[in-house]
Design a binder for this molecule. Structure first.
Ligand SMILES: NC(=O)c1ccc[n+]([C@@H]2O[C@H](COP(=O)([O-])OP(=O)(O)OC[C@H]3O[C@@H](n4cnc5c(N)ncnc54)[C@H](OP(=O)(O)O)[C@@H]3O)[C@@H](O)[C@H]2O)c1
Length: 244
């Protein structure tokens, strides 16, 4: 039975991916801060196949909790990082920017480096998949820390991809870049264009993971958006009023 560790599986895309993997026969180790929500998944699929642990990526002890979870699960074939926060911050409140940075950059690096080193030291073969965002494509004025941390994640995974070749480790990498997905991350009061259901986003992710896609932009409409964004020269982009 294949084993996946999913960090950030208490809601949204991470939870949906966990459920789909379970339906496909995987066993999973799931982690987040809201233990009671992880417990709901465990109650549904059984303690044999679902291991849970409370984990906060911002805390130093996150790696020892991850270590416990891998041991409890009996190994790891796939490390899936879904944990993340994001807010628009047009008033540029420093605390908001710093909190996003701590979760999406420091917390991300803390956990992903552990997974990378675990694969190198144990199985030498594995798959690391992370959810970044299309928001990393260009700097977004309404959410500076969010778009900057997502760009950081894109570059970080590319670096690890190269490092795994240097170390002759057989690790595959998938950088998942969704457009808008209807989850708790988005502001319920606002309208977001081309919004996807989390169930559909998770299905596309599973498909991409099976194909070991290196970069997975979901869905096709957002692939088009990213294509157009990339064509816009920075001197024009920086004068544009991109609100979402
Ligand atoms: N929704 C979108 O439109 C969208 C678009 C592009 C990318 N994404 C990315 O997709 C990922 C998942 O987000 P989502 O949309 O599914 O939203 P979500 O439902 O809010 O899920 C976020 C997950 O991250 C976990 N998390 C947050 N802070 C954490 C911390 N300090 N320690 C451990 N876990 C933490 C949450 O668990 P706890 O709160 O229980 O800890 C939750 O399980 C994020 O990285 C997000 O940036 C989302």
């Amino acid at each position: 039975m294949k084993k996946a560790i999913i960090i950030g599986a208490s809601s949204g895309i991470g939870e949906e991916v966990a459920k789909l993997l379970l339906q496909e026969g995987w066993s999973v180790g799931i982690a987040a801060r809201r233990l009671e929500r992880l417990k709901n998944v465990q109650d549904k699929f059984g303690e044999d196949r679902v291991k849970i642990i409370e984990l906060d990526v911002k805390r130093q002890d996150a790696t020892s909790n991850l270590e416990k979870l891998i041991l409890d699960l009996g190994g790891m074939d796939l490390y899936f990082h879904a944990s993340g926060i994001g807010f628009q911050n047009v008033d540029l409140i420093p605390e908001v920017e710093i909190d996003i940075t701590k979760t999406n950059s420091e917390g991300f690096v803390r956990l992903v480096t552990y997974a990378f080193n675990w694969f190198c030291n144990n199985t030498k073969k594995g798959h690391i998949a992370v959810i970044s965002s299309i928001a990393g494509t260009k700097g977004l004025g309404v959410s500076p820390a969010y778009s900057a941390t997502k760009a950081m994640q894109n570059t970080y995974i590319q670096s690890l991809c190269q490092l795994s070749k240097i170390k002759k480790a057989d690790i595959s990498f998938t950088d998942i870049r969704p457009g808008f997905v209807e989850t708790d991350l988005l502001n319920k009061e606002k309208h977001y264009p081309l919004m996807m259901k989390k169930e559909n986003a998770a299905k596309s992710i599973i498909k991409g993971l099976k194909r070991k896609k290196r970069i997975l932009i979901i869905d096709w409409k957002f692939r088009l958006v990213v294509f157009v964004w990339k064509l816009i020269p920075n001197w024009i982009w920086e004068r544009m009023s991109v609100k979402n």
